[in-house]
Design a binder for this molecule. Structure first.
Ligand code: ADP
Length: 893
């Protein structure tokens, strides 16, 4: 929602774009001139202790922030809508605006209003948006916060036509930046679904809308924008500024942010679309941060072939990082596997789950690390404790690079550095094994870290405040000048006590007090009754204020003391600020080393998390192969099995083998024992969908480097996982259920390879029975004959069971066992060879609470239908009369 669209009918009369600048008062004119550069952004304009906003922004802010909408006299313009928030409470208001996806420009006074001649100079110092936050309450601890740019670029190379997509994304909170190129829209959507950007910018163009106002539209095709909006948590924002779209400006901005002279080192010269996207992003960041753009750690060029492709629907259906019910982490695979001790470890684990690997060596390294932890009982405990003491060094190192660490950050950094030797000791047994590179990564640490720790220990107080201006940040003993000032201030307290005592003796008033408040400074207070009893006031006292019960005085001596104290305080504050700045500059060159250490800690944390779950849930190490095997014994659905009471989940085996050149002729012998397609039948609620998902999850878990919930598993690397499950309507995108079903199926048939894993649940259910059976049949046939991928195919169309004979050895029928007694059924959740003969739909309907009358009528109706079908079957000519190639078929065909 942009501010414009959120407004009601009164918008037209208050729109800043329609105002004639020449008739605006000087202040409103300044506001409007600045606002022109920030269309679609709420402009908060500093006026003393308030940020005010006017025109349409005031209406939006008032509505979203529940502020009183007031007005300001605009001279010829009449009363102009105005709303404001106090400067000291700005954080909370910004959070609310950003949570609702607004962008906010902060416009500050650039000179002291008391000194300014005429109108105070003002300037936007920072634009805040959901994707460019680097601190504050809005940043989730255990998830990254990506700002992303998407561009299209003419395809390179002789044989390529059309466009390729360039994608770049940055996490300002860590300084990480990545870029990639994609040739296919599906792959692009897959990446967007994986990365879930908080903000996505696309090239835009400015046009006049029907009301005559400027509007920014995306330059990318409308259909692409719709598809993107379906998989992203945010609406794509078109950006029309020429400076953000210009390739040369973008390149310069990127070099500046990464602090390099050339982009060659990132390999981007080979990837023009990725480079363009990264440039757009860098120029955008510069515009957003205005004065101090963030430092980036270079650009990592991501190649799609390094990771398993997981289709957006598979990502959703398999509930990798969010549960399907309410989108929360709890109940997802991440929710189960996350036993990390630090926020950076949690984010690392999330990255692995989101992007399982295709690299056996890398997968093996992770499995080896888990094996190390599980080999001796104390190993996990020994790392978990110190890891829990580590701060979020990944984000902290970005603040070091941007020179915006707080005193408390440096105390956390000190604590983390102090923990490293303990972690080294805990992992020392891993040192000699090359395969344990992840765990031995802390073994050799540069001495500079020790020096840094010592420096922080001597410089930073034990428990410093968050903000520098709160004082007492520097440890006593670090700087003699500062110590002297603090002594003076401490001595000041003693002097005050002594002065109070003296004044009591002088006046004989025991209740006399010397106090301080910010309005008057130091004062002497006596009760009114006592004051009335004084015949003469001490010589240098002056009456300052009369309250109901007390009189307040000041004295010459107190004034002098106050001056000394204020001086000492100011000096201490500026000396502390200087010392702190020096420290920040001293630490600055260490930023990239700290980031490296952070990433090593994050990996150790993610691995111990996987090991902790593997131990608790009795997972096994999968055997990884390069072929297309999927062989699982005693497999369990990781999340369901953990949620159910011990022993309630029924484990099931699975044996599949993909083959690129399937043999459709049953006569020829097969060289593979396992089928490539399992045709699964059984009533609703019998466990088909759980079974299919658990096998996909086991494969993905193995490839993300985890152990798996099974008694044994051999996993041939899957290059992609696709699912077509359920009937989630996509009516917002103008698609019917059946249309969604078919386009997802089309994507699978067009893209899956012999190394992919495909899950199809009830394909063809969205249309009439005959259509449905025909489609399901042909899809299964195509998967077997043209693709040969490992496929789990659940269906209610028992007609498809004959595929087992048609593709003997390649298709296998399995069914979910059900126990039936006196018309009641019980689900055994066991997968067995063979096909289900009945759907038990009526029994399930009864269990779901369908009224008895309806159930009875359905039972009668079903019996009639069966009878009629049997009569038709009996009247058909015998198979011998059929064409020679006729195979056994069911009544529908
Ligand atoms: P279907 O796809 O056949 O309709 P589901 O896979 O959705 O059935 O399973 C229905 C319910 O049955 C699940 O929510 C779960 O509670 C239970 N269930 C499924 N598989 C198992 C199993 N292997 N062991 C125990 N309970 C199971």
């Amino acid at each position: 929602m942009t501010p414009e669209t959120s407004l009601d009918a009164s918008y037209q009369s208050v729109c800043s774009l329609t105002v004639d600048l020449n008739v605006a008062t000087p202040m409103l004119r300044q506001f409007l001139e600045i606002k022109q550069n920030y269309p679609g952004v709420i402009l908060l304009y500093r006026m003393g202790d308030f940020y005010e906003t006017f025109f349409e922004d005031a209406l939006t802010a008032a509505k979203v922030l529940e502020l009183t909408l007031t007005g300001r006299d605009g001279g010829v313009l009449g009363r102009v809508p105005m709303a404001g928030v106090p400067v000291r409470a700005i954080e909370g208001y910004l959070t609310r605006l950003l949570q609702q996806n607004f962008k906010v420009a902060i416009c500050e006074q650039m000179e002291d209003p008391a000194q300014a001649k005429g109108l105070v100079k003002r300037q936007v110092v920072r634009v805040l948006s959901p994707g460019t936050l680097n601190e504050g309450a809005l940043l989730a601890q255990d998830a990254p916060n990506y700002c992303m740019a998407l561009v299209t670029h003419p395809a390179k190379g002789k044989n390529q036509v059309g466009l390729i997509y360039g994608l770049a994304w940055v996490d300002v909170s860590t300084g990480g930046c990545w870029a990639m190129e994609l040739a296919e829209e599906d792959a692009l959507l897959g990446e967007l679904a994986r990365l879930q950007p908080a903000e996505l910018i696309v090239p835009g163009k400015r046009v006049k809308n029907a009301m005559g106002f400027d509007e920014t539209l995306a330059k990318l095709p409308e259909t692409l924008m719709q598809a993107v909006a379906q998989v992203c948590p945010c609406q794509p924002t078109p950006v029309a500024d020429a400076t953000i779209q210009d390739a040369a400006i973008g390149e310069t901005a990127l070099k500046q942010l990464c602090d390099v002279q050339t982009l060659e080192g990132f390999g981007l010269h080979e990837a023009p679309a990725a480079k363009q996207a990264a440039g757009v992003l860098a120029a955008y960041l510069k515009a957003m941060f205005v004065a101090e753009p963030p430092r980036l750690d270079g650009v990592q060029w991501v190649r799609l072939q390094d990771a398993v492709y997981i289709s957006p629907s598979a990502r959703k259906n398999l509930e990798l990082t969010q549960n399907a019910r309410d989108g929360q982490v709890q109940g997802s695979l991440l929710g189960l596997l996350n036993q990390t001790c630090s926020a950076m470890g949690a984010r690392q684990l999330r990255r692995w789950i989101e992007q399982p690997s295709l690299n056996v060596a890398e997968i093996t390294r992770r499995h080896e690390a888990i094996a190390y932890f599980l080999a001796a009982s104390q190993r996990l405990h020994a790392v978990r404790q110190p890891l829990a003491l580590c701060c979020d060094l990944e984000r902290l190192s970005a603040r070091v690079a941007n020179l915006n660490v707080t005193p408390r950050d440096l105390a956390s950094l000190r604590q983390t550095l102090a923990v490293l030797p303990e972690l080294q000791r805990a992992l020392s047994e891993s040192a000699s094994q090359a395969s344990l590179a992840y765990l031995s990564a802390l073994n050799t640490l540069p001495d500079s870290l020790k020096t840094l720790e010592a420096m922080l220990s001597s410089a930073i107080a034990d428990d410093p405040p968050v903000a520098l201006k709160q004082g007492r940040v520097i440890r006593p003993g670090y700087n003699a000048g500062l110590d002297a000032l603090y002594e003076l201030l401490a001595g000041g307290q003693a002097w005050l006590a002594q002065y109070e005592q003296q004044q009591r003796e002088l006046t004989g008033l025991k209740t006399l007090k010397v106090s301080f408040n910010s309005a008057f400074g130091y004062y002497i207070e006596v009760s009114r009754a006592a004051a009335a009893g004084l015949t003469t006031l001490p010589e240098d006292w002056q009456r300052r204020q009369t309250l109901t019960n007390a009189e307040r005085f000041i004295s010459q001596r107190l004034r002098e003391h106050e001056k000394d104290v204020i001086n000492a305080q100011q000096q201490a504050a500026s000396l502390e600020a200087m010392l702190f700045s020096e420290l920040k500059l001293q630490i600055l060159p260490m930023a990239s080393l700290l980031k490296q250490i952070a990433m090593r800690l994050a990996a150790i944390d993610a691995l111990q998390s996987l090991a902790t779950v593997a131990q608790a849930q009795q997972y096994v190490r999968p055997v990884m192969t390069q072929d297309a095997t999927l062989e699982i014994q005693g497999g369990r659905h990781p999340v369901l099995a953990q949620m159910m009471p011990m022993g309630r989940f029924v484990p099931n085996p699975c044996a599949l083998n993909g083959r690129a050149e399937p043999q459709a002729n049953a006569e020829k012998p097969l060289n593979c024992e396992a089928p490539s397609l399992l045709l699964i039948t059984g009533p609703n609620m019998a466990g088909k969908s759980t079974y299919m998902r658990q096998n996909a999850l086991i494969a993905l878990m193995a490839q993300m480097g985890s152990y798996v919930p099974a008694d044994a598993a051999t996993i041939g690397l899957c290059d992609a996982v696709y699912t077509r499950i359920g009937a989630a309507d996509d009516l917002t995108a103008g698609h019917s259920t059946f249309m969604v079903e078919m386009s997802e199926t089309a994507q699978i048939l067009n893209n899956a390879t012999a190394k992919s894993l495909v899950i199809l649940d009830e394909v063809g259910r969205g249309t009439s029975t005959y259509d449905g059976v025909a489609i399901a049949w042909s899809v299964a046939d195509y998967l077997v004959t043209h693709i040969g991928c490992r496929t789990l195919f659940a269906t209610h169309y028992h007609e498809l069971n004959t595929l087992e004979q048609t593709f003997a050895g390649i298709v296998q029928n399995v069914r979910m066992l059900v126990a039936e007694q006196d018309g009641e059924i019980r689900f055994l959740h066991t997968v067995a060879p063979g096909s289900a003969q009945k759907s038990y739909g009526i029994q399930v309907a009864k269990m779901a609470g369908i009224p008895a009358e309806v159930v009875q009528q359905a039972t009668r109706r079903l019996a009639q239908l069966h009878k009629r079908a049997a009569t038709i079957e009996a009247a058909k000519p015998s198979p011998a009369d059929d064409a020679p190639e006729a195979r056994p078929q069911l009544s529908l065909f």
